[in-house]
Design a protein around this ligand. Structure first.
Ligand code: ADP
Ligand code: MG
Length: 327
């Protein structure tokens, strides 16, 4: 197992800065997820690690070896893409063994290696089929198998489940978590889906406009977001953000006032700062009440069975809360 580190890594396409001063250390065997909205630079960062894209400035290290100039073939890093592009005329076994045959591994060794991988990926019963005879999830597993064939030190996956339907995505997510445990490989997984990030990652790296917004464990990011971008990105439905005014005239507790025409809501809280602030409340931390509270106009109700999502207007702000229907 190998760790990776990036020091002040930047990427420019012409004059356009896409990645800005990324500092990141990934421990050997860690499962790190890069998450962020479309266009924030996730794939570019991953491609720089793979060696498919040059870094404009900064340093990249694999273990204790400087690697920015190392060619792709010397990095021991495998990458799985969203479109898995299997060879349609080859069987699954031939697809998985392709990089090994390319590396001139003897036939019998290739066969043995392919069978081991097929077993890990639960493909051994269908290994003689062609890609057109299997499901999307199985095809994605073959693509992962092909990446594993050469025992890479690091496995990079760029939105590998985006082309699958919701049920298959869920199934593959569980498979990937199992695979990571079994292989004990260092993995970096790119997704725009915060649920995938929360469920798979040892640590999440949230990117916003080419910069790291926060790095932490899933529960760190959920309970201690460093900024409103992270606060709103993690969690579904999104966190409610309200503008508040703070009155610090009292000695011990400040009074916090939500600003809303004719329907103010004030409470005491240990806030040190003066002036206007923003307050975030997660939908699951609110509940309906007949007694005081914040008044708002319900806009939409979504019944999910286990939970009910209620969208409501507080002044001009659309807010959300969640009721758990679990006993
Ligand atoms: P993500 O994977 O997070 O959706 P990308 O890393 O693909 O984002 O892209 C980040 C930004 O870099 C985008 O604005 C994209 O248009 C730009 N970009 C990516 N590749 C190139 C390229 N080869 N030339 C110019 N701009 C690019
Ligand atoms: Mg991308």
């Amino acid at each position: 197992m190998t760790g990776l580190s990036l020091k002040k890594v930047c990427k420019k396409f012409g004059d356009h800065s896409v990645i800005l001063n990324v500092d990141l250390s990934i421990k050997p065997g860690e499962f790190v997820v890069f998450v962020g909205p479309s266009g924030c630079g996730k794939s570019t960062l991953l491609r720089m690690i793979a060696g498919l894209e040059e870094i404009s400035s900064g340093e990249f290290w694999i273990g204790n070896k400087r690697a920015d100039q190392l060619p792709v073939s010397d990095r021991d890093i495998a990458m799985v893409f969203q479109s898995y592009a299997l060879y349609p005329h080859m069987t699954l076994a031939e697809n998985i063994g392709f990089p090994l045959r390319l590396a001139k591994m003897p036939k019998e060794e290739v066969q043995q290696k392919v069978m081991t991988i097929a077993e890990v990926l639960h493909l051994n019963n269908i290994i003689d089929r062609k890609p057109c005879q299997i499901s999307g999830g199985q095809r994605q597993r073959v693509a992962i198998g092909r990446a594993l064939a050469r025992d890479p030190k690091v496995i990079l996956l760029d939105e590998p489940l985006s082309n699958l339907d919701a049920a298959l995505r869920l199934e593959m997510r569980v498979e990937l978590a199992r695979l990571h445990k079994q292989l004990a490989a260092t993995m970096i997984y790119v997704t725009h889906d915060q649920v995938e990030a929360m469920t798979l990652a040892d640590r999440i790296v949230i990117l916003n406009n080419g910069e790291i917004a926060q790095i932490g464990t899933p529960l760190d990011l959920y309970s201690k977001p460093a900024n409103t971008f992270v606060a709103e990105f993690i969690g579904s439905p999104k966190m409610n953000i309200f503008p508040v005014e703070i009155d610090n005239s009292k000695a011990d507790n400040a009074s916090v006032r939500l600003t809303n025409e004719g329907n103010d809501f004030t409470f005491d809280a240990p806030v040190q700062t003066n002036g206007p602030l923003q307050m975030g409340i997660r939908p699951e931390h609110m509940s309906p009440t007949d007694n005081g509270g914040i008044r708002g106009l319900v806009n939409r109700v979504e019944h999910l069975g286990s939970d009910t999502y209620i969208y409501w207007h507080f002044s001009a702000l659309l807010s959300r809360f969640r009721i758990s229907n679990r006993a």
